[in-house]
Design a protein around this ligand. Structure first.
Ligand code: MN
Length: 212
């Protein structure tokens, strides 16, 4: 691969990528209008505002990875933190879902979940609780910590476990958006119903692929 192609690929992760499925593909669990507004308005705005912040704060997407930016986010503005996190989180979130009835984790991921949480059902309960109990807007996460173990937690606003300012730290394996914009049109105030239904569309193959 020639260097210019590598550089272009690195820069692209700062831009909004195509949604990997149609807006209506996650019905009936997430409705098409929610997906369209979420992707084309909310997530698009994070990507746009991240680009603006990168210009203002002299971050070069051709030479800096999004992950490196997250790991050094304390050195930048609140605008960079909110929109860099927002962009990373949404790009990750789209990949965590897939159309069709989801299966369960398998292989190494299933073993790691059983070892850390006792069973898949116990994991689901703990993960759902992390989302339900996140006050206000934020995210629930399954992460792999530096010692290799799995951990469940949540972050406020658009923070994520890669950020140096985050209490929850680790490699994100699975992320769930619990901002009202992710579910309010269909579920209104019933965040627990959204979370319980969301398990039907988790892309466990992607989650497993994030294990180190
Ligand atoms: Mn969102």
């Amino acid at each position: 691969m020639i260097p210019s192609v590598v550089a272009a690929a690195a820069g692209n992760e700062f831009e909004q990528q195509p949604l990997p499925y149609a807006y209506n593909a996650l019905e009936p669990y997430i409705d098409a209008m929610t997906m369209e507004i979420h992707y084309s308005k909310h997530a698009a705005a994070y990507a746009k505002n991240l680009a603006d912040a990168c210009v203002a704060e002299k971050v070069n997407p051709q030479t800096t990875s999004l992950e490196t930016l997250m790991k050094n986010i304390s050195k930048y503005s609140a605008k960079m933190r909110n929109n860099g996190g927002g962009h990373f989180n949404h790009e990750f979130f789209w990949k965590c879902m897939k159309p069709g009835t989801s299966t369960q984790p398998s292989g190494k991921l299933a073993a790691a979940i059983n070892q850390s949480f006792g069973s898949f059902e116990a994991f689901k309960t703990a993960f759902a609780d992390a989302g339900k109990n996140r006050f206000g807007s934020g995210w629930a996460w399954l992460v792999q910590t530096a010692d290799g173990n799995l951990k469940i937690g949540s972050t406020p606003n658009q923070d994520n476990p890669l950020m140096d300012i985050s209490d929850l730290k680790g490699t994100p394996l699975l992320g769930l958006d619990v901002w009202e914009h992710a579910y309010y049109l269909k579920y209104q105030n019933k965040r627990p119903d959204y979370i319980n239904n969301w398990f039907n569309i988790v892309n466990w193959d992607f989650v497993g692929s994030q294990l180190k």
